[in-house]
Unconditional design. Sequence first.
Length: 278
Amino acid sequence: MSIENIKQGSVITDKVSLLLRNGENEKALDLLGQNYGPLARNAMEKVMKYSNLSQDEMVRVFGKISDILENVADKISRHERLNEKKEKAAAAREQAEDAAELAAIQAEAMERRKKFEDRMRWVEEQKQKLAEERRQLEEQRRKRARLVDPLQYEMSIQAEDLAGYVPAFGWEAGPPSAEQTAALEKQGICPDAVESAGKASLLLDRLNKRRDEGLTTPKQIRCLEKYGFQHVGTWSFNAAKHMIDRIAACGWRGTPKGVDPKTYMPSAETTPIFDFGW
């Protein structure tokens, strides 16, 4: 039974009680019949006819019933309001929990996105770093390719003391210093194959001595030996420069016309025709 039916029952019992108080029993019975059907009317009529209740007692009974129904309606109404408050509170709590869960999901998504972006940024940095390392390695490779192997240089200048060098002191057996490495590269020697500081020192001394004596440099020797010339290590700096300038004038396509590199030996008075900075 709904609270509306209970309230309606309370109103009807009040009206019945009022009609009985006024002695309008038939109207009271009709009101009961209209609202609760003929069975209720007949039952009430029998109560009035056969019970020992007086008219005032009947009024009090219906008044009591009305009070009970009204009290029940009030309790149900309070209960419904309390339930409504509880439902609203539960809905608000659920909404707050949903909002908190959504915020947590969004925060987690943002954190994952940040980690993903950081990872992608790290990957890109690693790619750039790797590309830079490759570029540097390629640059070093090209640079090393332009340098002369020290063993080849030793054979070209017929330096037996360099080829058979054995360190005599402790410092000589150590690796070449940064200054020695830089000096060897500057004079055209690849320092990677120079295994000790003593060998580097001896090689630098020989390079400086040959420069002072006006003999060919490592780069000149390598350039001319590439074209097939023999014993270039014994040539003078100017003679080697003169021949390289002649090769350059031919567009680096080969030796000058009439020159056989296997038998060619420069004259003592050779002078350069072109100056290409060799």
